[in-house]
Design a protein around this ligand. Sequence first.
Ligand SMILES: C[S@@+](CC[C@H](N)C(=O)[O-])C[C@H]1O[C@@H](n2cnc3c(N)ncnc32)[C@H](O)[C@@H]1O
Ligand code: SF4
Length: 403
Amino acid sequence: MPSALPPGEPAPEDGRLPAPALAELGTRPFGMYVHVPYCRVRCGYCDFNTYTAAELGPGASQATWAESAISEVRQAREVLGDVDLKVSTVFFGGGTPTLLPPAELGVVLASIAGEFGFARDPEITTESNPDSVAAWDLDQLRGVGFNRISFGMQSAVPHVLATLDRTHDPLRVPAAVEWARAAGFEQVSLDLIYGTPGESLEDWETSLDGALGCAPDHLSAYALIVEDGTALARAVRRGELPAPDDDDLADKYVATEDRLGSAGLHWYEVSNWARTETARCRHNVGYWNGDHWWGIGPGAHSHVGGVRWWNVKHPAAYAERLREGRSPAHAREVLTAEDRRTERVLLELRMATGLDRDVLDGAGRAAVPDLVKRGLLVADAPVLRLTLAGRLLADAVVRDLLP
Ligand SMILES: C[S@@+](CC[C@H](N)C(=O)[O-])C[C@H]1O[C@@H](n2cnc3c(N)ncnc32)[C@H](O)[C@@H]1O
Ligand code: SF4
């Protein structure tokens, strides 16, 4: 969750939602995102809404995080009313959720179960930094109900990890995956980053092979983004590090598809691969399908029935609002039908399931034959799907389809 918040319109103090948005509840799966805004150290490339102990300041502490999060879960139940709304997916992200004791995450999960209940076979994920989990923690996390875990591996190559300011020993990742399997996690995912300054194609292939050696069910591979305001952006601006190069990123993406495809992992979204359909991250698929979700925690974003809102960013402001019985929502936007159509094009096109051609307007439909001719799209009536070349140029394809 990047830390910059959009401006939006003010959100009501009690967090209530417009009746038309509430009327859509129950028509689509419902998920809960829970943001844990703490990290032991800040990685130089990361602009997520997260705080080290030194950055946190007074008014909030890790010790009161669960209490505030539980108040927001109760508020969510009140705002959403009595409608039967079983939770299909829960995703604890960060920051680094596993910096907190598993029992603290467990009480928040239990409050979600108590207020809403879980749908059949819920997917319950936590992100984890391999540096901040031990075998015992994984047993505890499984014990309190998590069944999917995503480790921030990033790279298997020491000099790349060092440029990214990652502190973990690469050997920690296979160990953590083994502990997760032994603890009974049903799904294990790894995050990798490609395009780090100084990373060669061979380095990237080493990372892919290292990840595949752990036999994950799921893998996310993200092109390094140089986010404004980060230490990485400052180093690039000063000329100390080169910015990621588009051709290098493209070569690494093609190598990723090649290596992962041969190992039986199939892409289902431009940056995500899964071994089976069941191993896809259902929570993220819910975001991309425009489902409903409530984001608990500082800076967390939510969406219900075309209304998006986002919480105040700082943990102290977040805790204070909840202590005073006010909504932590900072601002919101009510999407128009046209906004919702645009989002569908942006998000559905990036998935292997593709975009229904009928979502496009006349000008967008008129752009399809040329994109097909250029080998960027396959038109499998009525669905449009990106080819491998199209996945490399997904943003440009979207621009042509949303003239
Ligand atoms: C919240 S972190 C995962 C959990 C844990 N905090 C960790 O880093 O190990 C989410 C993921 O976002 C990705 N990420 C963060 N900033 C990024 C950036 N600037 N460019 C590309 N990927 C980024 C990383 O792969 C990271 O694993
Ligand atoms: S540990 Fe994860 S969330 Fe924390 S700074 Fe690093 S990438 Fe960002």
